[in-house]
Design a protein around this ligand. Sequence first.
Ligand code: ADP
Length: 655
Amino acid sequence: MSKQTHAFQAEVAQLLHLVTHSLYSNQEIFLRELISNASDACDKLRFEALNNTALFEDAPELQVRLSFDKAAKTLTITDNGIGMTAQEAIDHLGTIAKSGTKDFMSKLSGDQKSDAQLIGQFGVGFYSGFIVADKITVETRRAGAAPAEGVRWVSGGTGDFEVETIARAERGTSVILHLREEALEYANTWKLKEIVGKYSDHISLPILMEKEEWQDGELIDPNDEKAGRKPGGMVKTGEWETINKASALWTRPKKDITDEQYADFYKQISRDFEAPLTWTHNRVEGSTEYTQLLYIPAKAPQDLWNRDKKAGIKLYVKRVFIMDEAEALMPSYLRFVKGVVDSADLPLNVSRELLQESRDVKAIREGCTKRVLSMLEDLAKHDKAPEATDGVTDVLSEEDKAKFGQYSKFYAEFGAVLKEGLGEDFGNKDRLTKLLRFASTTSDTVSVSFADYKARMKEGQDAIYYITADTLAAAKNSPQLEVFKKKGIEVLLMTDRVDEWALNFVHEFDGTPLQSVAKGAFDLGKLQDEEEKKAAEDAAETFKPVLAKLKEALKDKAEDVRVTSRLVDSPACLVVTDDGMSMQLARMLKQAGQSAPEVKPVLEVNPDHELVKKLDGSVHFHDLAHILFDQALLAEGGLPEDPAAYVKRVNALLS
Ligand code: ADP
């Protein structure tokens, strides 16, 4: 193939413009990105070679070589990995495939300075090379292809790139950076070693550089050796040395790994630029042997809600990379966990299908799930700083003190996903239930556990009360809470969309039933004294005729109408029958375009309210009845079926 010119995909051009027109606080990340690509290329080769060892040709030792040429102002990163065909070079280096980069693009603000900083944090893969280079030449040959089928890709990082066929004896890829004047500092052994140490130490692949030796300069006086020599310089020796630790981080003992190294490794595998919230690293022995290094991110990704999103676990078998996104190793409700599992038992040629069936995989999945839950339980235990007065804070280790507030942070990001586990993982339901946190009528922050609630229950209270609503404000001001507030009974406020669904799987906690305050007839049991009960019965009796009339007027809207003692300030509220679907869930289903059974609520009226007292004998009875109903609907976040009619009725009364 002779030289061809191709245009970059518009998004790449846009990205390159930014890369080449900005200054960077940490330019050096280009090396991390290119070494990471080289390492991926070697992983891919190793994987393909499982079924075709010929791909190794005569170079089975996979490695990355760094070299520079000061005179030519180039820095070259060479790997003997999978390489690329011409078509692959055109496709992969001319378009943006990586979702992380797309994500990054969507975050661009247009302000060059802050955008440039973003690049530094994210890295933009191959294109990071243009941070330090004004031209990049890529020479590559796909493993298994003939030496005559090499490819040269060249671009100045503007609108287009050139591709041509070349002869290339070695398999793999060389990325040759033609350094900008301001970036010549990277053509330096020490500089490169420093950067590799910082970002790529734990890459399991050896990174090699040619050894340099000091050599004195020429004789100052060729006729007089004693006059000494001119200053010399570092000279390449032709010998290559490994400059990184080249041992996969997770295989090293915990005590030899610093927090910073753990965090760096996380950033590398997750492509997250923030440090993780926490992690767990263990070698599991027994019938199934494996190493797990699992991280909980500090922030939820944008696509957290996509249940098809793959789990963030990389699977290795005896340190050989097998696959990304091994979802069989982590249940869906823990899809936010990132990390590495390295199995000693699985066959190297394990396929995705096989993974689903393997007993070892099942054991690993259970083990990983338990670990994550233990990690969360530990954070939850130390979430609240103990009261300073009881002196406990002093005996806590620094490590435990560092956990204050961590669980709340976690929960704010991932709590809603965790709840999916209630319906998904029955084996761990109890542990998950204990990890739930809610806001309540005594706590605006989402920090109340069922255990906290139980510890605060009133004498004689025999249920855990809760209410679900669309927002915290709607929950807090709901008329159904009035009597609970009056009596000082705490009610949990549930405002996550999944709460309603999740509660289908939790009916009680530690022997105490959960009771929605918006479901079923009002019954506070022992919390109501005889006098109150008597008053309620009397009211029901006196209101009988009015109730009958209301029922008739609202027969299309309300399942039933009755008096209640759950209200204090409001005239009326809506509840559903015990086994009925809540109004909120029905609304949610409708919004989601799903069919929901028609929920006809029960209208409950407050016999002590002026408006209700005035009903009897009013000439506006019919309008008042409908207004009562519609207002009750509004109060709980719903909309009257016919809003215009509602407005008309209210206006008629007002005037
Ligand atoms: P990412 O590596 O996240 O996919 P990049 O922009 O860094 O994004 O690279 C794009 C693609 O180019 C890679 O997915 C890979 O297919 C190919 N590529 C990049 N560097 C190499 C390399 N050294 N060897 C083989 N393929 C490579």
